[in-house]
Design a protein around this ligand. Structure first.
Ligand SMILES: [Zn+2]
Ligand SMILES: [Zn+2]
Length: 279
């Protein structure tokens, strides 16, 4: 018997006793309909489904109901911040928030709305230590990157940093975990993305800020002002940088990151997040 066969046999016994649980609702995941194993390698051909690869990528970790409970971010939206308009008949136009508070970043895009199963998966990933979700969530993020950006026009990809106290407490930076295997995930979907472009520590969070959760848009902007610094300005000079975060709420955090990167000489800063709060 080969090792993979043994592993598969063992997994089927474990699954029979402990059916794999949906990472959003905890219900059973039916492997026949949702994919064989949690894998970073999607089924062949799914790269064509760039409109909504969610079910392919998340199928192995979500039940069928939660796979359907997902809203991709699609136009019409604000071309600057990616805020998706409720009216599906509207044309793309700059939203009120971007008109009132001009953004430092060029544009921000996101995979899906921060609600339902995507929100639940983010919570399990960040707060319940389900770091294995970094694989599928990172793949979703990478496919979104391919959809909205030209990889050759991006020199560096970096996560929004956590303050060192928070990093110690959580044990990982969720945004970095989602991008750190992009070079391998690129190979899995038949493209190339050099690992040297992935930079964990371009930015550092020097101030322990209050949680943004209860704050207004203006308070959020003030809360993060001056909270970030560059570790090495020469590393960003003249570069086009993509800042990655898990959730875009008002954009105050990524905007402040963009300000610091541009002040340090970056040529351009854009943003990609896994989820987005639409307002
Ligand atoms: Zn579920
Ligand atoms: Zn906007």
């Amino acid at each position: 018997m080969t090792a993979p066969f043994l592993a598969a046999a063992f997994r089927s016994i474990v699954d029979a006793v402990y059916p794999p649980a949906c990472c959003a609702c905890g219900g059973p995941v039916c492997r026949e309909t949702s994919g064989a194993v949690l894998s970073e390698t999607p089924p062949p051909g799914f790269i064509d489904d760039t409109e909504n690869p969610f079910s392919h990528v998340m199928g192995p970790v979500l039940c069928d109901v939660c796979v359907k409970a997902f809203t991709p971010i699609t136009p019409p939206f604000c071309p600057v911040c990616g805020n998706m308009f409720v009216s599906r008949d509207a044309e793309d136009h700059v939203c009120g928030a971007c008109a009132d508070f001009p953004r430092r970043f060029g544009r921000a895009r996101a995979v899906g709305a921060y609600e339902a199963s995507l929100m639940a998966a983010v919570h399990k990933f960040k707060y319940a230590g389900r770091t294995g979700l970094a694989g599928p969530l990172g793949m979703l993020l990478f496919l979104s990157f391919l959809r909205w950006y030209d990889p050759e026009q991006v020199d560096l990809v970096t996560p929004v940093p956590l303050h060192r106290g928070k990093l110690r407490k959580r044990g990982f930076n969720q945004s970095f975990l989602m991008i750190r295997k992009w070079h391998r995930q690129a190979t899995a979907v038949g493209t190339v993305f050099p690992g040297e472009k992935i930079k964990r520590d371009l930015l550092v969070r020097t101030v322990k800020t209050r949680s943004q959760t209860e704050l207004s848009r203006k308070e959020r902007m003030l809360n993060v002002k001056g909270a970030f610094a560059l570790t090495d300005p020469s590393a960003v000079a003249g570069k086009r940088v993509l800042v990655v975060d898990d959730v875009f709420t008002t954009g105050a955090t990524v905007n402040e990151c963009a300000r610091v990167l541009l002040a340090g000489g970056a040529k351009q800063v854009d943003v990609l997040t896994l989820a987005r709060v639409n307002s």
